[in-house]
Design a protein around this ligand. Structure first.
Ligand code: PXP
Length: 237
């Protein structure tokens, strides 16, 4: 499994004081150096953490594969078509949410998603849809032209260590296998931690895990290089 590190929280910290500390671009370089296979940045409509200039600067870092997380808006599509990141992950976005809450609704707006994905794929971008582990959403995603899905692991993370863990995990695993049978490449992320990430090894052929909060929190204790290294070891063992 590959490791995608989401560095949005480094931008939140920087923005708290308005200067350039920590340097978000440097954080991306450090993550790459210590094991990140890709760097995820979520350019939100309200620019509450990552800014346009961060995306532009990370996009041109040598050997760094940037995964641009974004809402399904014309503005974001234009930015993606111009910058041509390695990957785009389309997420639902709600202004008031603290973090991405649920998966993208694909089934009930299939044509709209198809129309949004098409020019991105035509530009050579790897397009992923962030969806809930629900076979109806997965089968809709398989009809959009997107090559990837990212399964929302938030419910699994919440159920981890409780009576519901196994049931929720089976749902996640079943959705991943179902998607792979429809020729989708399957990533996963949201709420994954140093504790709950180990069960991702039980899901066959997961391609990449996208992890942010837990790694940046650990970095406060042990430093970013060590935090990334530790997670990388857990997911490649
Ligand atoms: N994947 C997606 C699509 C997300 O929106 C997020 C949160 O920004 C993550 C992964 C990472 O989640 P976490 O910060 O909980 O690891």
């Amino acid at each position: 499994m590959l490791l995608g590190v989401n560095i949005d929280h480094t931008a939140t910290l920087r923005n708290a004081r308005g200067g350039n500390d920590p340097d978000v671009v440097m954080c991306a370089r450090v993550c790459k150096e210590y094991g990140a296979d890709s760097i995820t940045v979520h350019l939100r409509e309200d620019r509450r953490h990552i800014k346009d200039e961060d995306v532009r600067a990370i996009r041109v870092l040598p050997r760094v594969k940037m995964n641009l997380e974004m809402a399904m808006t014309d503005e974001m599509q234009k930015i993606a078509l111009e910058l041509r990141p390695y990957a785009v992950c389309i997420v639902p976005e709600n202004r008031k949410e603290i973090t991405t809450e649920g998966g993208l609704e694909v089934k009930n707006q299939l044509q709209r998603v198809k129309d949004f994905v098409k020019p991105l794929v035509e530009k050579g971008i790897n397009v992923s849809l962030f969806i809930d582990p629900d076979i109806h959403q997965v089968s809709a995603a398989a009809q959009t032209g997107a090559q990837y899905i990212e399964l929302h692991t938030g419910r699994y993370a919440e159920a981890f260590g409780t009576d519901r863990e196994q049931e929720v995990f089976e749902e996640l695993k079943g959705s991943a296998v179902f998607a792979q049978n429809l020729n989708l490449t399957v990533n996963a992320g949201h709420g994954l931690t140093y504790d709950n990430v180990s069960r991702m090894h039980e899901i066959p052929n997961l391609y990449e895990l996208n992890i942010g909060h837990s790694i940046i929190c650990r970095a406060v204790m042990v430093g970013l290089p060590q935090a990334v290294k530790e997670m990388k070891e857990l997911i490649t063992k």
